[in-house]
Design a protein around this ligand. Structure first.
Ligand code: NAD
Ligand code: UFG
Length: 339
């Protein structure tokens, strides 16, 4: 089995590549390194004690991508590559539509030409937008509220249309909730460029002394402690979810959306407490205004993933905090700590 992993040098991609190598798969990574570094792939190979193939390439470079398909007997694709910062997508929508949709279309064209029609795509719980309920289920209508979310919903639609063209296509649309944590080795992890947008990496950078305090975006939500609730899922569980999805692809000619979450929500204050416990460090924090566009609470209905893939998350929030702390404390500047 040879799996092409687009965006495989990134946060979720690198953990999934590690899981694939450990399962014995051959892996070809395509990444333009716009939000990642080669160092992550060096460390993945060191952890797996197996090599992988890497092509530094923008997916929109279709001739370049064809060469990759020519050179390797690719049987399936996991498509992580994309831009993912909500705020940036509001400021530069065309950058997001061009990169995320352009690279998906280019990838699909090349896959079709080479007869490779098994695909797992990185979608996001953001496609649900302001849903009527806090527990999000796959059958809900999609209502993304920013350009990043629009690209995910549009790519999902493109993939449904492509799957409907013939019985060859088997496509899974994985809607991730909030991936957090790191490989327990502490060798690979989340390494955001600039100021982290997400809660866990921000807390980790406060704990390691890179930032003075955490700003909590609102404590007047309609939740038990007033702070926002999300479904945090360990990145190693997310990685395992991809392997399970590849093993249980839907019927030929279909594209199916499946949530990857734990089914449980945690508040910002609960995450801070779990991180303090795991790291033994105090996290200075201050409550500030709500962040525009944030939901009060959202978590996954995780039933479909169990039913379709026999998969469920097994790691806890405490595990994720301990692993994130091991990564952050050993690599205070992320992969740049290595040079
Ligand atoms: P990441 O930025 O760490 O990884 C994405 C990778 O794609 C990067 O290595 C980047 O260099 C690469 N890339 C971007 N555009 C490319 C292009 N045109 N050609 C080739 N490579 C390109 O992000 P991540 O957190 O690992 O997320 C992976 C996927 O999961 C993304 O599609 C993201 O939208 C989705 N997702 C992430 C989260 C999350 O919270 N991390 C939640 C839901 C969905
Ligand atoms: N939060 C803070 N302070 C921070 C960062 C976050 O209080 O510095 C709070 C947020 O208000 C929210 C919670 O922590 O209540 C989680 O915020 P994240 O930004 O970590 O996660 P979101 O659920 O808001 O967003 C994430 C991804 C988006 C994706 C969305 C749905 O970042 O790209 O999940 O999948 F769209």
């Amino acid at each position: 089995m040879t799996i092409l992993v687009t965006g495989g040098a990134g946060y979720i991609g690198s953990h999934t590549v590690l899981a694939l190598l450990r399962e014995g798969a051959e892996v070809v990574v395509v990444d333009n390194l716009s939000n990642s570094s080669r160092e992550s792939l060096d460390r993945v190979q060191e952890l797996a004690r197996r090599p992988l193939e890497f092509a530094e390439l923008d997916l929109r470079d279709e001739p370049g991508l064809r060469k990759v398909f020519d050179a390797h007997p690719i049987s399936g694709v996991i498509h992580f590559a994309g831009l993912k910062a909500v705020g940036e997508s509001v400021e530069f929508p065309l950058r997001y539509y061009d990169n995320n949709i352009g690279s998906s279309v280019s990838l699909l064209r090349v896959m079709d030409d080479f007869g490779v029609r098994q695909l797992v795509f990185s979608s996001s719980a953001t496609v649900y937008g302001n849903a009527a309920s806090r527990q999000l289920v796959e059958s809900m209508p999609l209502a993304p509220i920013n350009p990043y979310g629009q690209t995910k919903a549009m790519i999902e639609q493109i993939l449904r249309d492509v799957a409907a063209t013939g019985p060859g296509w088997q496509i899974v649309l994985l809607r991730y909730f909030n991936p957090v944590g790191a490989d327990p080795s502490g060798r690979i992890g989340e390494d955001p460029t600039g100021t982290p947008n997400n809660l866990l990496p921000f807390i980790a950078q406060v704990a390691v002394g890179r930032r003075p305090e955490l700003q909590i975006f609102g404590d007047d939500y309609d939740t038990p402690d007033g702070t926002g609730i999300r479904d945090y899922i360990h990145v190693a569980d997310v990685a395992d979810g991809h392997l399970a999805a590849l093993r249980h692809l839907p019927a030929p000619g279909s594209a199916e959306a499946v949530n990857l979450g734990t089914g449980r929500g945690s508040s910002v204050l609960e995450v801070v407490a779990a991180f303090e416990q795991a790291s033994g460090r105090q996290i200075p924090r201050r409550v500030v205004a709500r962040r525009p566009g944030d939901l009060a609470a959202a978590w996954a209905d995780a039933g479909l993933a169990r039913e379709r893939f026999g998969w469920q998350a097994t790691r806890t929030l405490s595990d994720a905090c301990a692993d994130a702390w091991r990564w952050q404390s050993a690599n205070p500047e992320g992969y740049r700590s290595a040079v």
